[in-house]
Design a protein around this ligand. Structure first.
Ligand SMILES: [Zn+2]
Ligand SMILES: [Zn+2]
Length: 106
């Protein structure tokens, strides 16, 4: 027998069982009410960043941009070409000014 009322584990409010989503397995319901569940789902979604579809580095238009992580920080989205360059440069990123100076010399 299922009890017709259930206490939400998030907001601690006792609500009728129809205020809970089903989990999809049998007659089981989520332990948090619909309202709390919605909040949870919204929170789990990735923050939507303004999607430009332009590479942050070369401004090239790409269908698919890649996120690049440097020192665990998300540096935005770049195209495959720049991703490749950055990945190979990553261990020497601190030398980049030197590299540029070197290149300008010749
Ligand atoms: Zn709730
Ligand atoms: Zn690029």
């Amino acid at each position: 027998m299922t009890e017709p009322w259930k206490t939400c584990t998030k907001c601690n409010q006792t609500k009728p069982i129809e205020n809970y989503y089903r989990t999809g397995e049998g007659d089981k319901q989520h332990s948090s009410c619909e309202a709390c569940y919605e909040v949870q789902v919204a929170r789990n979604k990735k923050p939507v960043r303004p999607y430009s579809k332009h590479c942050d580095i070369c401004d090239r238009k790409e269908d698919e941009l890649l996120g690049f992580l440097v020192k665990d920080k998300d540096r935005g989205e770049i195209c495959r070409g720049c991703y490749y360059v950055l990945s190979s440069l990553e261990p020497r990123l601190h030398l980049l000014p030197n590299i540029l100076t070197y290149l300008e010399k010749f």
